[in-house]
Design a protein around this ligand. Structure first.
Ligand code: F0G
Length: 466
């Protein structure tokens, strides 16, 4: 039986980190000249910057969180038996306590789960709907020859709409798709929270509707559940009738509306590495396990060490803690609200794991095909050593047929690692953003010097347009 912390009362308004610091890592201040030469050396691609040159790293919340004392202790319990490790069973029980699926298949991270699943159910002529595919999910669907289709509600495409569940699936669009092409749809995916759409949650009501439509066509529903606990907290605080429920209870209902899941355990499960694939379908599980053995490892470790499985089992009990989630969501909201108050356009409502600046709105003089998001991300690093991530035309602009189109939005994501930075670090981030925004009209557009055929944002190089 998994033990969760009791649900506490909380009456004061200070954003309170429900932990204290046990071990510290130094942060190195750099000079403007050092940052400029780091940028030039990296071809203005922040993925190519040496992390030692970054002051505050908001590139991603993936694998960058701080593990707890109890997670570090759990590592010592790791049993590295090749087959049937007790660490696997502990991990299995922690996963199924929240996500009661019949089969739990560990993988080294989320995209490994995606690759295995879509290798089995994808393929030419298939079409996989999702609210919004994350980039690796889209790439893994397309790699099999299938089509990845985003069916998020219209409000999600408007950065200023304050819809409380902007991650919701457009149910009418899903119905149309299934009415026309049900035979080609192997699965309906829902990403919680909707990362590429701004870290926006999906409501229980919407998940129930997805279930209803999928059932009408006999289709399985899978969750891409990386940020399930943040999604459940939004349900608890925003969805009518949910306020008295505990987060684990809400998570179990989310899972009960699905037939399976892919997971990157580098997000809400508080791991530095890890993932899993889970499902109820025995035959599908058998096929996935066969592929797992080919590329990841034996089904009771699947690309992870026993110690990683232990740390994830412990992390799963910590992330659903209400004090933690209250702090987490409030802290992200604080950054977003402060930027808004400074007149900086950000996606609203503020998401769970990240704040998304609307770079296209902040840099109206930069054409989308000259990458306003890239320009802003470079400027934040140059001014304050803050590393962020473009989520826009650089990431999504190259089409499968080789043409280039502006993405629907040009955003810069400030992804906040879990339990890693303090509120003063967040105040520094706000200060640097204000400084850069005040000079936004002087920021240049960029052109791509070199790019690979897929997932170009990781390795492309850029040059500023004079
Ligand atoms: N799905 C979603 C919604 C994600 O956000 C990610 C990763 C993945 C799948 C893939 O998982 O990295 O473990 O292979 N997102 C990270 C990010 C990389 O920065 O948002 P992975």
């Amino acid at each position: 039986m998994v033990q969760y912390r009791r649900v506490s009362e909380h009456t004061f308004t200070t954003i309170f980190e429900p932990f204290r610091i046990h071990s510290v890592e130094p942060l190195r201040m750099t000079t403007l000249d050092e940052r400029r030469s780091a940028l030039a050396g990296a071809g203005f691609n922040l993925f190519k910057i040496h992390a030692g040159d970054v002051l505050i790293d908001l590139l991603t919340d993936s694998g960058t969180g701080a593990m707890s004392r109890d997670q570090w202790a759990a590592l010592q319990h790791g049993d590295e038996s090749y087959a049937g490790s007790p660490s696997y069973f502990l991990f299995h029980d922690a996963v199924t306590d929240l996500f009661p699926f019949s089969h739990v298949i560990p993988t080294h991270q989320g995209r490994a789960a995606e690759r295995i699943l879509f290798s089995v159910i994808g393929g030419p002529g298939k079409i996989v709907p999702n609210n919004t595919h994350f980039d690796t999910t889209r790439a893994n669907v397309e790699f099999t020859g299938a089509q990845a289709l985003d069916l998020v509600i219209q409000e999600a495409r408007d950065p200023s709409s304050s819809h409380p569940f902007k991650g919701n699936m457009d149910i009418a669009a899903l119905e149309r798709l299934l009415a026309e092409r049900a035979d080609d749809v192997p699965v309906v995916f829902v990403t919680v929270t909707n990362n590429s759409g701004g870290g926006q949650p999906v409501s229980l009501e919407n998940l129930r509707e997805v279930r209803r439509v999928a059932d009408a066509h006999g289709k399985p529903v899978f969750l891409d559940a990386c940020r399930f606990a943040e999604n459940a907290w939004f349900i608890r605080t925003r969805e009518p009738g949910q306020g008295a429920r505990s987060v684990p209870e809400i998570v179990r209902e989310m899972a009960g509306l699905a037939d399976g899941m892919t997971m990157s355990a580098k997000k809400d499960p508080m791991g530095n590495i890890g993932g899993w694939l889970a499902m109820n379908d025995d035959d599908l599980a058998r096929q996935c396990r066969d592929l797992l053995i080919l590329t990841e490892g034996f089904p009771t470790y699947g690309g992870l060490a026993g110690r990683d499985l232990e740390a994830l089992a412990q992390g799963l009990t910590e992330v659903v803690d209400h004090d933690y989630l209250r702090y987490r969501i409030r802290s992200t909201e604080y950054v977003g609200q402060s930027l808004l108050e400074a007149g900086i356009p950000v996606v609203q409502p503020i998401g769970g794991h990240a704040v998304y600046i609307d770079a296209r709105a902040l840099l109206p003089h930069v054409d989308p095909l000259e990458y306003p998001g890239q320009s802003l991300a470079v400027a934040l690093f140059e001014a304050g050593g803050i590393r962020t991530c473009e989520i826009g035309t650089v990431m999504f602009g190259r089409q499968p047929d080789g043409s280039e189109q502006a993405a629907s939005l040009d955003l810069v994501r400030l992804a906040i690692p879990r339990r890693t930075y303090t509120q003063s670090h967040m105040d520094y981030v706000i200060e640097v953003c204000r400084h850069v925004a005040a000079r936004a009209d002087a920021l240049p557009g960029y052109r791509i010097v070199e790019e690979p055929p897929t997932l170009r944002h990781f390795t492309a190089t850029f040059a500023p347009i004079a």
